[in-house]
Design a protein around this ligand. Structure first.
Ligand code: SF4
Length: 376
C-alpha cells in the first residue's frame, strides 16, 4: 500500500474511530489487560455482544491479578451467554499464569504471547500491536476482506490466506502499528463491510484495485464449503413442586466443559426415538415430550433437541445412570447466575412457563428462536 494511503487510513482513524470501552482515551497509553480481555472476548463474537460483558468484567475484575483470583464458577457464570466456553477457561488459566509467572505483566511480543492459553496467532498479533506498538499483522476476517479488495486478490479463501497475510504485513507502518491495526479493524467493520461497502466514504478508495475493477462487493472469493452437520438428541427438564430444576455439570473438558446442562442423551447424527431417548431420563417420572424442536447452531454443527418435561416429587433423586454426583437442583432465583450456556437457557425457556419460573436475567438471554414444528 502506498505510504500516502497508509497515512490516509491513520488520518481517517484519528477522526472517525469507534469509541470502544477497551480503547485508551486520548493521551493515555493502552492497558494490556483491557486489550487482552477485549481481544479474547471478541474472538468469534461481535462488538455489540462483547461491550456489556467487557464492562461488567473490568468493573468486577479491574486487573489481571483480580481476574486470576476469581473463582472458576463465578467466572464461568459471568461469561455465560458469550459462547465458546473454552475461551473462558483459557482466559482464567492465562490470567493465573500472567499473575503468577510474569508478575502481572503481559509479555510484549507475539512469540511469548502465543505461549499463553487462549492466545492464537491473530490475538497475539493484535495484543502485540495494540498494547505494545509492535509491528505485527493482526489479520482477521475484517482485515482479510479489506486487503483482498484493496489488492484485488482473486484467489479464493482459504488458499489465499498466506498471500493476504503477506500483503497485510507489508502495509504496517512503524511507528503507528497499533493504530494501524485498529484502523483496519474499524474500516472493515464500518466502511468496507461484507455487503454494500461504502466506497464513497473510504480513505483507501484512491488506491483500491477492487473498487477500480468493480469487484468491491464480490471480494473476497471463497471456495465452496460443505454444510454444517446436524446432531440430534433429547434433553430432560425435571421440575420439583418448589420450582427447582434438575441440572447436571458437563465434563470439564470438551464442548461447554464445566457448564451446567439439563440432563441429556448423547448428541448424535441419528435422532433417538421416544423409547431409547427416555432411557436417558435422569429421574423416574411421567415424561412428556414437548411439541417442536429446540435448535441451536454451534461453530461446527447444528443441534436439534427434543425436550421432555416432568413434574417430580420433592424427594426425587437422580438415577445412577444420570451420574447423581454431578447433578444439582437449582431454584428459579439461582438460574440467573448459574453457569448455563445459551443453548441450555433456550431449553429452560422452552420447557418452563417463562413468566412463572424463569428469572428476568434468564429471560434476557438470547431469544428463543428455537422451537420449530417438525414437518409431518
Ligand atoms: Fe473496501 Fe471500497 Fe474502501 Fe476498497 S474502496 S477498501 S472496496 S470500502
Amino acid at each position: 500500500m502506498p505510504v500516502d494511503a497508509s497515512e490516509a487510513l491513520l488520518c481517517w482513524y484519528a477522526v472517525d474511530k469507534r469509541r470502544l470501552p477497551w480503547r485508551a482515551e486520548k493521551g493515555a497509553g493502552p492497558d494490556p489487560y483491557r486489550v487482552w480481555l477485549s481481544e479474547v472476548m471478541l474472538q468469534q463474537t461481535t462488538v455489540a455482544a462483547v461491550r456489556p460483558y467487557f464492562e461488567a468484567f473490568v468493573a468486577r475484575w479491574p486487573n489481571v491479578e483480580a481476574l486470576a483470583a476469581a473463582e472458576d464458577g463465578a467466572l464461568m457464570a459471568a461469561w455465560a451467554g458469550l459462547g465458546y466456553y473454552a475461551r473462558a477457561r483459557n482466559l482464567l488459566a492465562c490470567a493465573r499464569i500472567v499473575a503468577a509467572e510474569h508478575k502481572g505483566l503481559f509479555p510484549d511480543d507475539e512469540a511469548a504471547l502465543r505461549k499463553l492459553p487462549g492466545i492464537g496467532a491473530y490475538t497475539a498479533a493484535a495484543i502485540a500491536a495494540i498494547a505494545f506498538g509492535r509491528r505485527a499483522a493482526a489479520v482477521d476476517g475484517n482485515v482479510e476482506r479489506v486487503v483482498s479488495r484493496l489488492h484485488a486478490v482473486k484467489e479464493p479463501l482459504p488458499a489465499a490466506r498466506p498471500k493476504i497475510r503477506a500483503l497485510a504485513d507489508a502495509m504496517i507502518p512503524d511507528p503507528g502499528a497499533g493504530d494501524f491495526a485498529q484502523a483496519m479493524m474499524d474500516l472493515g467493520a464500518t466502511i468496507c463491510t461484507p455487503r454494500r461497502p461504502a466506497c464513497g466514504l473510504c480513505p483507501l478508495r484512491p488506491d483500491c484495485r477492487g473498487f477500480a475493477e468493480g469487484l468491491a462487493e464480490a471480494l473476497p472469493y471463497r471456495a465452496a464449503k460443505g454444510e454444517r452437520p446436524v446432531r440430534r438428541g433429547a434433553t430432560f427438564v425435571a421440575v420439583r413442586a418448589d420450582g427447582a430444576v434438575l441440572l447436571r455439570e458437563r465434563p470439564l473438558h470438551g464442548l461447554l466443559g464445566g457448564m451446567l446442562e439439563t440432563p441429556s442423551s448423547p448428541w448424535e447424527e441419528a435422532e433417538p426415538d421416544g423409547n431409547s431417548a427416555r432411557r436417558y431420563a435422569p429421574v423416574a417420572a411421567d415424561w412428556r415430550k414437548l411439541p417442536g424442536l429446540l435448535e441451536h447452531t454451534f461453530t461446527h454443527f447444528h443441534l436439534e433437541l427434543s425436550v421432555y418435561r416432568a413434574e417430580v416429587g420433592q424427594d426425587a433423586q437422580p438415577k445412577r445412570a444420570a451420574e447423581p454426583e454431578r447433578c444439582l437442583w437449582l431454584k428459579p432465583r439461582a438460574l440467573a447466575d448459574a453457569a448455563l450456556p445459551s443453548v441450555m437457557r433456550k431449553v429452560l425457556l422452552h420447557a418452563l412457563e417463562e413468566r412463572r419460573v424463569v428469572s428476568p436475567a434468564a429471560r434476557a438471554s438470547p431469544a428463543p428462536r428455537h422451537a420449530r414444528r417438525r414437518s409431518a
